[in-house]
Design a protein around this ligand. Structure first.
Ligand SMILES: Cc1cc2nc3c(=O)[nH]c(=O)nc-3n(C[C@H](O)[C@H](O)[C@H](O)COP(=O)(O)OP(=O)(O)OC[C@H]3O[C@@H](n4cnc5c(N)ncnc54)[C@H](O)[C@@H]3O)c2cc1C
Length: 365
């Protein structure tokens, strides 16, 4: 947005230690063998936007008062800083997860799971969440449903079980309709649902998961959502409160003037999902464009987002939610249907076209 509106009038420096971008939902596509990792990877080197420079480096410290970051490639100072460092994942916080489980939330681990799943002969599968908050609350439900398809297509479902362990009372609390549809889908497919508990630890010798209520469940394959926390560099910057970066919910500005934060790193009150990160970034960009042009802006963040839900069997549902303060969100469910699956595909393609100026299909075509 900054490049489109202001071009070379401003200097935008995009700093990321990663070489490129991967959609959250693409991780599921790779681990279940629908796509190869190279088909879902978007190198930042392909960014060719007027006024934007990409620097691949690691940020080592952030001084929000001076609006300055120190990196392995030197020090950068901004008139404005937009913090979008996401949530780091800590599989080692759950005893046994690194030794005998598999987390599917980082691209690296989801990509490695492709081979693990391809070699899995069937058996007892647990998809389990180990702590809150966690990104994309529908993702564990999607993983369980896609696992059902994966095992069924290979003739392994008959001698396998799938259990889903979640801290929430229903799969998607802001949408009773989506939750009811998901619970129906679990029941139809024989996926056992274990709400309101976390997975505390895995015992590598007994291959047993222990839940927060003390219950135990044996497993042959454990797919886990690991503990989330802000990146260390954010924690050390003094910007966090209760683990996350507080922001003005309407403007996304932190308590440091000229320093904004968007996405998973914040405690703005929306779920940690890309669609909300994008909506927040849009509001920040609108404010910066208005400020540059010395125009007033009335744009404020409303916490609106559309979540696509993979039901398996090529069916995708859609929930529109709005998390404005003081109101209980109540997202209606559309679908699931193949039509919405096509819409989700266009959603991905349109972003890659806009951000990287190239044609891409989430189906790998
Ligand atoms: C399996 C799965 C499925 C998902 N499906 C969906 C979905 O369908 N829809 C949806 O909306 N969301 C989905 N999500 C969630 C979505 O991926 C995240 O919420 C989103 O990526 C958050 O964006 P962000 O910019 O805040 O953080 P991130 O995308 O995590 O980006 C943070 C960036 O900061 C960089 N970084 C961190 N520390 C440093 C440092 N010290 N120096 C330099 N760079 C650093 C990282 O390299 C990273 O590129 C899914 C997530 C998962 C795991």
């Amino acid at each position: 947005m900054l490049s489109e509106a202001l071009g070379d009038e401003v200097e935008v420096v995009l700093i990321d230690q990663a070489e490129g971008f991967v959609f959250g939902f693409s991780k599921l596509d790779v681990m279940f063998g629908r796509l190869r990792s190279d088909q879902v990877f978007h190198p930042y080197a392909d960014l060719a936007k007027a006024g934007v420079r990409f620097v691949q480096t690691t940020i080592r410290s952030i001084d929000p008062t001076a609006r300055q970051v120190d990196t392995d490639a030197g020090t950068f100072h901004g008139d404005v800083v937009v913090l979008a460092l996401g949530a780091d994942l800590d599989p080692s916080a759950t005893p046994g997860l690194v030794e005998v489980g598999h987390e599917f939330y980082t691209p690296e681990s989801a990509f490695l799971l492709r081979d693990v799943l391809a070699a899995f002969p069937g058996g007892r599968v647990i998809v389990g969440v180990t702590s809150t908050p966690f990104k994309c609350p529908p993702a564990p439900s999607e993983a369980a449903l896609l696992m059902h398809d994966f095992l069924s297509e290979r003739g392994l479902r008959g001698h396998s079980t799938i259990s889903l362990v979640m801290p929430l009372g229903v799969p998607i609390p802001p949408s009773p309709a989506a939750s009811a549809a998901l619970l129906r889908a679990f029941a139809e497919r024989g996926i056992s649902w274990h709400p309101e508990r976390l997975v505390d630890r895995l015992d590598p010798e007994r291959m047993v998961a222990t839940f927060s209520d003390g219950d135990e469940m044996p497993f042959d394959l454990f797919l886990g959502v690991p503990r989330h926390k802000v990146p260390k560099v954010v924690e050390e910057s003094g910007m966090t409160e209760e683990g996350w970066v507080p922001v003005n919910p309407l403007t996304l500005e932190t308590r440091f003037p000229g320093v904004f934060a968007v996405g998973d790193v914040t405690s703005v009150g929306t779920p940690k999902a890309g669609i909300f990160a994008e909506g927040q970034a849009t509001i920040v960009a609108e404010q910066l464009i208005a400020r540059h042009r010395v125009h007033p802006t009335t744009s404020t963040y409303e916490g609106r987002g559309t979540c696509y839900l993979e039901f398996g069997q090529d069916q995708v549902g859609k929930v529109n939610v709005m998390f404005s303060s003081g109101q209980t969100p109540a997202g209606e469910l559309e679908g699931p249907s193949e039509l919405i699956a096509a819409e989700k595909s266009s959603f991905g393609s349109s972003r890659i076209q806009r951000w990287f100026d190239r044609v891409w299909s989430p189906q790998g075509e």
